[in-house]
Design a protein around this ligand. Structure first.
Ligand SMILES: [Zn+2]
Length: 310
């Protein structure tokens, strides 16, 4: 049995998970905790917080043999530096997160970076709502829209881990400006904040409550957002032919109201894959999914004898 550490760097909190892995059977979660990111203190302080939480988990649970770190943006897989964090303040580009954390935990613990939405995908497809399937697409709806895909049992990674970024597919050509610099991305028209704004409510939670009570403006906002998301799901279904499409994150608390609309919109927007071949369903692992997925990625990367494509 071996222990594997996962850290999920979020805008508000850093979540921590330790997995126990035996030679046979799926890994199990043996420890979770979290601490504040204090993102406004900048990259150096945040990386120190990551290292502190890693040391704390190791002293609580025992020595680990791998460490995975989920990061909210793009990174360079060759040298372990950050390329672009859209939602964390400070001069992150060029910060050698992997190298600094390797120094902190020592040379016997290999450190691997993964995009946080790909970590969510790995967790939900291994231990969550898509466990037992070989091909799944996972979408997490939060401040932005993250996503990933597992194809024939393997996480779709791509150059520098950028594959599967369904949130930055264009669903409205010439539409609103996205944080990535493009126009009309799914993320520019279907986030929780867009839903709240269109519904005339301060938060997505309150917009969902209003829709549940039958408020016409909130229901119209939900229809619009769900149609864009359904279009994106339909495109993913056409490309990947998944058995399950898993939806997580804040807006997912709209529950069946959202899921029903996503299912019908996904079916409406694609005809290539038989509609009975895939299910659209809510995520199962809750807010620790990213840390679980980061630990799984660390485990897989350490076990892999092949070099991850850089
Ligand atoms: Zn974009």
């Amino acid at each position: 049995m071996s222990l594997h550490l996962g850290l999920d760097l979020g805008g508000t909190n850093i979540k921590v998970c330790v997995l126990a892995s035996a030679d046979d059977g799926a890994p199990t979660v043996v420890h979770t905790t979290q601490g504040p990111t204090c993102a406004d203190q900048g990259p150096t302080a945040v990386v120190e917080r990551l290292a502190e939480l890693a040391h704390q988990a190791i002293s609580d649970v025992g020595d680990v043999v791998s460490m995975g770190v989920g990061v909210p943006g793009r990174f360079n897989a060759s040298d372990g530096t950050i390329d672009f964090f859209p939602n964390l303040p400070g001069p992150w580009p060029g910060t050698p997160v992997r190298g600094l954390l390797s120094e902190a935990v020592g040379p016997r613990v290999p450190v691997s970076l993964i995009n946080d939405a790909r970590a969510f995908t790995l967790a939900e497809s291994t231990l969550g709502a898509a466990a037992g399937t070989s091909t799944a697409v996972c979408i997490v709806l939060g401040t932005g829209i993250g996503a990933g895909a597992v194809i024939d049992g393997r996480l779709l990674y791509g150059r520098h881990g950028r594959a599967g970024e369904l949130g930055h597919q264009v669903v409205l050509p010439g539409g609103p400006l996205c944080g990535c610099g493009n126009r009309g991305c799914l993320e520019a028209v279907a986030t929780s904040s867009t839903f709240a704004f269109m519904a005339g409510r301060p938060t997505a939670h309150e917009a969902a409550e209003a829709a549940r009570r039958g408020d016409q403006r909130a229901l119209a906002a939900l229809d619009t957002v769900a149609d864009y998301l359904g279009l994106a799901i339909a495109n993913a279904v056409t490309v990947f032919c998944p058995e399950r499409v898993v939806i997580g994150g804040g807006i997912a608390e709209a529950g069946d109201m959202l899921m029903d609309r996503l299912r019908s919109a996904a079916d409406r927007h694609q005809t290539w894959v038989d509609h009975s071949w895939y299910e659209v369903m809510p995520a199962a692992l809750g807010p620790t999914a990213g840390a679980v997925g980061a630990a799984l990625w660390g485990l897989q990367s350490a076990a892999s004898t092949t070099t991850i494509a850089a």
